[in-house]
Design a protein around this ligand. Structure first.
Ligand code: T46
Length: 135
């Protein structure tokens, strides 16, 4: 699911864009952690894991990043290419993030602190736990 920031345009005729994300409004969970990943070269693919419980909103405030989401049944791609677009990634979704442009910034708001035990980093184990509708 895509969430949209509250966008505030400068009353003066400018291209400035202020994007606002608030818990309970544009974010469907309480945010406990924010992290961002930058200085990444174009073509780099990160991720390759699913979470057991964590909920996250992925944003690309600068540049463009393609996110592939696999719920065990089908794979969907989502291009994050606009600062007001936020992609919800819930539990049980295997995801990868591909940097389309060098220097793009991935900003993530997460529902919990970093807990390595919440990660499923093996695709076979992911399919066992989340077999999807067709398997
Ligand atoms: C996710 C995607 C979108 C920490 O120690 N604390 C943290 O808060 C994070 C996010 C990572 N780390 C450590 C864990 C690894 O040893 O940093 C290292 C790199 O993390 P990882 O390989 O998981 O990074 P990505 O880009 O593949 O995934 C990250 C998040 O980890 C993950 O939860 O959903 O971004």
């Amino acid at each position: 699911k895509i969430y949209s920031a509250q966008t505030i345009k400068n009353p003066a005729d400018s291209d400035d864009l202020l994007c606002v994300w608030e818990t309970g409004k544009q974010i469907p969970f309480d945010v406990k952690r924010i992290y961002h990943i930058g200085n990444v070269k174009a073509g780099t693919v990160r991720g390759h894991h699913a979470h057991k419980k964590l909920e996250q909103i992925l944003l690309c405030p600068y540049g463009s990043i393609e996110v592939a989401l696999d719920d065990g049944t089908e794979v969907k791609n989502c291009l994050l290419d606009s600062p007001d677009k936020g992609l919800y990634v819930g539990p049980g979704v295997w995801h990868t993030m591909k940097w389309i442009e060098s220097g793009s910034l991935l900003l993530v708001m997460a529902s919990n602190f970093y807990v390595e035990e919440d990660y499923i980093r093996n695709y076979g184990k992911f399919k066992e736990k989340f077999p999807g509708e067709t398997s």
